[in-house]
Design a protein around this ligand. Structure first.
Ligand code: PGA
Length: 249
């Protein structure tokens, strides 16, 4: 299993900055081995840009990319929504679903997450589904319970779409570690990742997210059940994004 580094740009980078990022990235990955043996992936790198950035990715063949969020219908009277089919048309292959900012700030429900996962399968794209507990839930020792509940939509979608657990990627992001500089203890990350794998299957890719940066990447990447990272703040500069990738090897 190759180690995946996924960039979640969130609502950052101007159009020009995104274009510059991609040019610099293409130049710098020439000196790196970003290949992956997995047929469903283009390489070990993945980017989730803003929807308006999508045309910049149209001719990018060596990097996985897709939406940070999208609607579960292909088209229709849904003002303000982004069609997953348009991402597909531009070449997207991995779609982010259920990020904690979507769940908390925009009230994303489990039923909509379920529909989005199924839509991804329908379009032959890979869903990357985020799960994670809040600080309050953690303090109440509810972490594994919450994760199990969030994974239910994933299991239902897999079953209803006749897909295998290797067709989905899970990103474990403790909500309290996102953008805060706080990182979960290695033993806690391992415990949660192990429990996700015991529910989903040992071959399911499980990424860790929450304040990952070049400085802590080596330690986190050495946890056996961590198969990659979902990176927010530290993914906005090519050197720090690739620094994380290099330090994870
Ligand atoms: P962060 O964000 O790396 O800035 O903590 C991670 C994420 O939200 O995916």
């Amino acid at each position: 299993m190759s180690f995946i580094c996924a960039a979640n740009w969130k609502m950052n980078l101007s159009f020009q900055q995104a274009q510059d990022f991609l040019e610099e990235l293409q130049r710098k990955v020439k000196d790196l081995d970003i290949s992956t043996p997995e047929k469903s992936l283009r390489s070990a790198l993945c980017i989730f840009p803003q929807a308006v950035h999508a045309p910049l990715f149209q001719n990018i063949q060596n990097i996985n990319w897709g939406a940070q969020d999208f609607y579960f219908e292909s088209s229709g009277a849904f003002t303000g929504q982004n069609s997953p089919d348009l991402f597909k048309e531009l070449g997207a292959n991995v779609m982010l679903i259920g990020h904690s900012e979507r769940r908390t700030l925009f009230h994303e429900s489990e039923s909509s997450i379920l529909k989005k996962i199924k839509k991804c399968f329908e379009l032959s794209m890979i869903p990357m589904v985020c799960v994670g507990e809040t600080l309050e839930q953690r303090k109440m020792d509810l972490t594994l319970h919450v994760i199990k509940e969030q994974l239910e939509s994933v299991m239902i979608a897999l079953e209803e779409s006749s897909k295998a657990s290797t067709d989905v990627i899970i990103a474990y992001e403790p909500v309290w570690a996102i953008g805060t500089g706080l990182v979960a203890e290695a033993t806690d990350v391992q415990k949660v990742h192990d429990s996700i794998k015991s529910l989903m299957g040992s071959k399911t890719k499980v990424l860790y997210g929450g304040s990952v940066k070049p400085e802590n990447a080596t330690e986190l990447a050495s946890i056996p059940s961590v198969n990659g990272f979902l990176i927010g703040g530290a993914s906005l500069k090519v050197d720090s994004f690739l620094g994380i990738f290099k330090n994870s090897k």
